[in-house]
Design a protein around this ligand. Structure first.
Ligand SMILES: Nc1ncnc2c1ncn2[C@@H]1O[C@H](COP(=O)(O)OP(=O)(O)OP(=O)(O)O)[C@@H](O)[C@H]1O
Length: 595
């Protein structure tokens, strides 16, 4: 190595190697994406980040990370030559050369440390930006497509989408970078160090046949054969890793449900049933884990044995040539180093097999999430229009997913200030009719025209988000309402005692009683002043006196709004102008309230 011109030589080498690597890398990427199933699946998830139309940040950062990866290989090559020159100086007892190479080492080590830190920072920046992008992209599609609730209608709903969004995205991003840059390092190192090994290796006679440059051929044959065997041993890991994620997530979900429904379970004294269910799910996790352990024993055992054998291999071959004076001690040390580099690089593909297996599982899971999202997007929806101040239904037919009619050919009109009560036996389709009017139910035909402006849907069990009471009252609006208005709304629904706790964070869905939660829902109506209100048994948990007060308050505050209620109590009649009776087989009847 010419240490005098090493900077210029290395810069030249790095740039040339980078240009070639970039071209080959892109060509391989295109080929993998075009011709392999997993490549297509990968691109389906990763593509949007690297699409230049979405900005050059992603591809630009990846290009810089690739440059630093190439430079890292150059540093390893320089270290290998340093080993040779340093040990040769020691063998020659050349003290001045010894100290000179100590100084060279100090410079090499400094550059190496700085490069490693910069590479780490940039790689993390790439990961974080990519994660952020993917998280936003998938979350956006999951929420906007409505698949977070429509997934119940698709033929194969995705399991644990929460885990796919939270865990799989991180794994996907990190593993893609680690495996792809690892592969680049491996290939570049194989090319660079095979050249070095070629210059250092001599002939070897095996079974009477002389093999020239034996070391180079032996290392390739050795690693290729062991890699093939390792692939064969490791293959079942793909499925086992996939199952591990799935079973783990199912167990976690079951635990979350126990926490969520804790009170009901406690009332039922359902601890034993829950315990049995949880333990059997956990047992499935452990059964699969044992399968992974036994497979890893074979896989790791094989890899360790292969690696240990490789340590002494170069010394066995070069030792006789050192003692015969054909090579220097530096040559032997550089051979060992170059052999190690070629061996490790070739072995990269073998040893990464389980990472690749986990990566495949992650990619499949993220594709599953996208599949469900796409199926949900494809589901027909009855897009409601908003054109006047009335609710107009025309020729509306609603069925269950299996096609059983719930409402057939319904036409009606509810004017501003009017209220409609929907009645019918349990399961007759009352809530589903509201879902259809809200545009959430895919199995419907006809037209729905709602009043222009916001609509608000309150069910028996109003949803309270995590956070402060203020957020719960103003949900789904993020706008901060004027303090007095919020307090007044709480007073009017007889929740004045909560007005001082507006900024307290709690799991309000568990803290407040069902009746208080329903009253909180009415406070939402007063604050958001919707043009149309749907009340699906929204007062079922309060007594008739309070129900009366709540309906009166809403009517006084919103005299022009359309109200559609679902309820069984006859006391509700007086707040409604008409009653729509659903018979459950598609038939229906409308009667005007007798004043
Ligand atoms: N996601 C779904 N998948 C399949 N069937 C569904 C789904 N949601 C509702 N159904 C079915 O549609 C029918 C109507 O349900 P809906 O909830 O509208 O009844 P309801 O009249 O509101 O009943 P209740 O008075 O008990 O609340 C029921 O037979 C129900 O099983």
């Amino acid at each position: 190595m010419e240490w005098g011109t090493v900077v210029a030589d290395s810069a030249m080498w790095t740039l040339k190697a980078y240009a070639i690597t970039l071209v080959v890398f892109l060509a391989v990427l295109v080929a993998v994406v075009r011709f392999t199933h997993w490549g297509r699946q990968w691109w389906r998830v990763a593509g949007s980040f690297f699409d230049p139309r979405n900005g050059l940040g992603g591809p630009g950062l990846a290009a810089v990370v690739l440059l630093l990866t190439v430079f890292a290989v150059r540093m390893n090559v320089l270290f290998s030559y340093w080993y040779n020159d340093f040990y040769t100086a020691i063998q020659n007892l050349d003290e001045s050369a010894f100290w000179r190479f100590m100084r060279v080492f100090a410079i090499l080590a400094t550059v190496h440390v700085v490069r490693a830190l910069v590479a780490y920072l940039l790689a993390q920046t790439l990961d974080i930006r990519w994660r952020t992008h993917l998280n936003e992209h998938l979350l956006d599609r999951w929420l906007r497509s409505g698949s977070f609730y429509k997934d119940r209608f698709v033929s194969s709903p995705v399991d644990n989408p929460d885990q796919r969004i939270q865990v799989d995205i991180t794994d996907f991003v990190t593993t893609t970078r680690v495996l792809s840059m690892g592969a680049v390092t491996a290939v570049l190192s194989i090319v660079s160090f095979t050249g070095i090994l070629w210059d250092l290796s001599g002939p070897l006679t095996i079974f009477g046949t002389e093999i020239p440059r034996a070391m180079v051929f032996l290392v390739f044959v050795y690693v290729l054969v062991t890699t093939a065997v390792a692939f064969w041993i490791g293959r079942p890991l793909i499925r086992l890793n996939f199952l591990n994620e799935k079973l783990g997530a199912t167990y976690r979900y079951a635990l979350v449900r126990v926490r969520e429904y804790g009170e009901s379970i406690a009332f039922y004294r359902g601890e034993n049933v829950e315990r049995g269910g949880l333990l059997s799910r956990f047992a499935a996790v452990i059964r699969n884990w044992w399968r992974i352990v036994f497979r890893m024993l074979k896989f790791d055992g094989f890899n360790l044995a292969v690696n240990q054998t490789a340590v002494i291999f170069p010394f066995l071959v070069q030792g006789p040539r050192l003692f015969a004076g054909q090579v220097t001690l530096g040559d032997v040390m550089q051979t060992s180093n170059a052999f190690g580099q070629v061996h490790d690089s070739l072995s990269f593909f073998r040893e990464s097999y389980d990472d690749f297996a986990a990566f495949r599982a992650t990619t499949i899971r993220l594709n599953g999430l996208l599949d469900t999202t796409e199926h949900a997007e494809e589901l027909p929806t009855l897009a409601a229009t908003e054109s006047g101040d009335r609710l107009e239904l025309a020729g509306l037919s609603v069925t269950t997913p299996s096609g059983t009619p719930l409402v057939a050919d319904l036409s009606l009109s509810v004017a501003p200030g009017e209220a409609l009560l929907v009645r019918g036996a349990s399961g007759s389709g009352k809530t589903t009719l509201l879902r259809t009017i809200a545009g959430l139910w895919p199995y419907a035909r006809g037209t729905v025209d709602r009043p222009v402006g916001d609509g608000l849907f309150l069910s028996q069990d109003p949803y309270l988000p995590l956070g402060t009471l203020r957020e719960a009252v103003t949900y789904p609006h993020e706008t901060v309402h004027d303090e007095r208005a919020v307090r007044a709304a709480l007073e009017r629904v007889q929740l004045g005692h909560l007005a001082d706790r507006l900024d307290a964070e709690a799991d309000w869905g568990r803290t407040l009683s069902p009746g208080e939660q329903q009253r909180l829902g009415f406070a939402r109506i007063l604050l958001s002043r919707p043009a149309i209100v749907f009340l699906d048994e929204a007062t079922a948990a309060v007594d008739e006196g309070l129900e009366d007060a709540l309906y009166r308050t809403v009517r006084e505050a919103l005299p022009e709004s359309v109200i559609v209620s679902v309820g069984h109590r006859s006391t509700l009649d007086r707040f409604h102008d008409r009653v729509l009776e659903l018979r459950g087989d598609g038939r229906w009847a409308i009667t005007d309230r007798v004043p």
